[in-house]
Design a protein around this ligand. Structure first.
Ligand code: AGP
Length: 615
């Protein structure tokens, strides 16, 4: 989604802004722009397409873009097509604004401004904000006051960066529902939608709260909430966990697939010792976990699939009921949430608007007394995110920064963290047999080895992927805990290769999708040796009989071998509960290699964003 970068310094800041935008490219965008104040004027450049086009344009006019204060933006179109006139920054007289999020009531505000004589050059909601600030500034002659006056008039969720030609030592920023962080330098300060944008210039960050308005100067930062000055802590980040370099890999996605054995092991190590859970794992939350009677998982996309796996784990290992729902549906359907529910929110970014608003809806209902005894927990890859700050319990996924839009290591580490949670709840409530717990923990210690061996499948899956290159559609089948992995395989393939794909519980095949099966339809099957394997083999026969071509990821001991219309790739055999983590790797490789072959933009697929900060 849209990305904001801003800087105020003694040095020329245009390269800081451009580098910041490059580091935000992963969020997804369709145009980019920047403005700096130089010699009492706003110098602005905007380009449709990649940030590199903006870099080239700025470099062609480098002298004019030398400035000490500026704001920059990558835009993901919501109001108005991707076009230069819709790209940010938007300008009204001496005011320039960059904006992330949506101003829902922009239409009546626009009508009001037109009546006052303002002309609009874009279809965006953002231009309204620029004109409103310019109008308010006429009276206040004070940029901070002008911003404070107009913010209550804007409905929606957004973050802003604002500069004014007559105030070249002030950068104003607002956080109200969309992420915004202040980077704290020495004699220079910065703003951005994501700290990642600012890592080349600082590792000290101030995280704004919702509703905060900040006046950022070269050597000071003042934050205001409801017009009153407030203190916000500065956090120092350990840069080694924020390395966003591709290294020798061709794509971030490939690098992130390869990082999984370590990332999963690191995440599991938070909670386990030799044969048991660590005594201190979630120790301070045992009272809340002991009273949980129901688990409600809320998430979107890939994170939702991780939640679906957890449902199988919770119900079979602890016998506690677990519901899983996509956050965007849960939020608006007035769902029943029983007392003593543990609300588990899963998110890589922790800024997903749908997940946040579903969480807030449960909190609103708990506050009104409608739900009693509710506890909220997040499993998230960004410890400083809104989701983490707004939930009572937090389990980090120690995946490190994930840049590829297609989530890989964040997914498998979510699964690792979820299994730790299942075991913890089971143990605290005496719902899990200690031998079962200890056997799963023992298997967890071997998981890194299994994942390392799965990485060795890279080349054979690359060879297989040639057979998908020209296909129009693909089915992914799994049963039990592999059903969510089939859904995830289909999501991955469509997301980055743009081939239509569907995931199905294999037992559903004969209830509809079998009609699609013919010799041109590739069918990917996840077939670990587990309690469902015989049933799954019968489903595969149904495909075989209709001349469908099967691509089977199967355990070494599954007794499945390749034949004329069945390509079998053997995956290391692992206990049934941990198999979803191991089988994630082949489906990631498959989508990756098919996408590379089709020449798509693997790390930044069209129309998608890494951090989906609008509903
Ligand atoms: C994953 O490959 C997708 N890009 C997408 O489905 C993602 O998982 C979803 O948007 C949720 O994001 P989150 O985990 O950051 O909340």
């Amino acid at each position: 989604m849209c990305g904001i970068v801003g800087a105020i310094a003694e040095r020329n800041i245009s390269n800081v802004l451009l580098e910041g935008l490059k580091r935000l490219e992963y969020r997804g965008y369709d145009s980019a722009g920047l403005t700096v104040i130089r010699d009492g004027q706003l110098h602005r450049e905007r380009q449709v397409g990649k940030v590199q086009a903006l870099v080239d344009a700025v470099n062609n006019d480098a002298e004019n873009f030398k400035g000490n204060i500026g704001i920059a933006h990558t835009r993901w179109a919501t109001h108005g097509e991707p076009a230069q006139h819709n790209a940010h920054p938007h300008v009204s007289g001496k005011v320039a604004v960059v904006h992330n999020g949506i101003v829902e009531n922009y239409k009546p505000l626009k009508d009001e401004l037109i009546k006052k004589g303002y002309t609009f050059t874009s279809q965006t909601d953002t231009e309204v904000v620029a004109h409103l600030i310019a109008e308010a500034y006429k009276d206040t002659k004070d940029l901070l006051k002008a911003v404070e006056l107009i913010v209550p008039r804007l409905h929606g969720a957004f973050a802003l960066g604002v500069v004014h030609v007559d105030n070249p030592d002030e950068l104003i920023t607002v956080r109200l529902g969309s992420p915004l962080v202040i980077g704290v330098g020495i004699g220079e300060n910065f703003i951005a939608s994501d700290q990642l944008a600012l890592l080349p210039v600082t590792n000290r960050f101030m995280y704004l709260e919702e509703g905060d308005i900040a006046m950022v100067k070269r050597d000071s930062i003042e934050v205001f909430a409801d017009g009153q000055p407030v203190e916000r802590a500065i956090t120092e980040l350990d840069a080694k966990h924020h390395n966003a370099d591709k290294g020798e890999f061709k794509h971030y996605m490939l690098k992130e697939i390869y990082e999984q054995p370590d990332a999963v092991a690191r995440t599991l190590a938070m909670g386990i010792d030799a044969t048991d859970l660590k005594a201190d794992f979630l120790a301070s939350h045992e009272a809340e976990l002991a009273k949980v009677k129901h688990i409600q998982v809320l998430a979107c996309g890939t994170s939702y699939h991780a939640g679906m796996v957890a449902k199988y784990w919770f119900e079979s290992l602890t016998k506690l009921p677990c519901s899983v729902e996509v956050a965007s549906e849960f939020r608006y359907r007035n769902p029943v949430v029983v007392d003593d529910t543990l609300v588990v929110c899963l998110s890589q970014s922790g800024e997903t608007a749908d997940t946040l608003s579903a969480l807030r809806e449960t909190q609103r209902r708990a506050k009104s007394g409608e739900i009693k005894g509710m506890t909220t927990l997040s499993i998230c890859n960004v410890a400083t995110s809104s989701l983490v700050r707004e939930t009572e319990i937090f389990i980090p996924t120690l995946a490190g920064v994930e840049v590829g839009v297609a989530s890989t290591k964040a997914f498998t580490t979510q699964l690792a963290a979820l299994m730790l949670l299942v075991l913890k709840v089971g143990k605290v409530q005496h719902r899990i047999d200690s031998d079962v717990l200890s056997s799963i923990v023992t298997d967890m210690h071997q998981l890194k080895g299994y994942l390392d061996r799965s990485l060795a499948l890279d080349q054979s899956i690359a060879n297989l992927s040639q057979m998908f290159e020209a296909k129009k559609s693909t089915l992914f089948l799994g049963r039990g805990m592999q059903f969510p992995i089939a859904l995830e395989g289909a999501l991955k393939l469509k997301e980055i290769s743009y081939i239509h794909a569907e995931g199905y519980a294999a037992g559903e095949l004969k209830h509809g999708p079998l009609a699609l099966v013919d010799k041109d339809m590739p069918i990917v099957v996840l077939a670990p040796r587990d309690s469902m394997l015989d049933k799954l083999k019968a489903n595969m026969q149904e495909v075989h009989a209709r001349h469908g071509e099967l691509f089977v990821f199967a355990s070494e001991n599954s007794e499945l071998e390749s034949d004329e219309r069945m390509h079998v790739i053997h995956v290391p055999e692992v206990c049934e509960y941990l198999a979803p983590i191991v089988y994630s790797i082949p489906i990631q490789f498959l989508s990756y290699h098919v996408a590379v072959m089709r020449g798509t933009d693997v790390d930044q697929p069209r129309n998608l964003a890494k951090s989906v900060t609008v509903e």
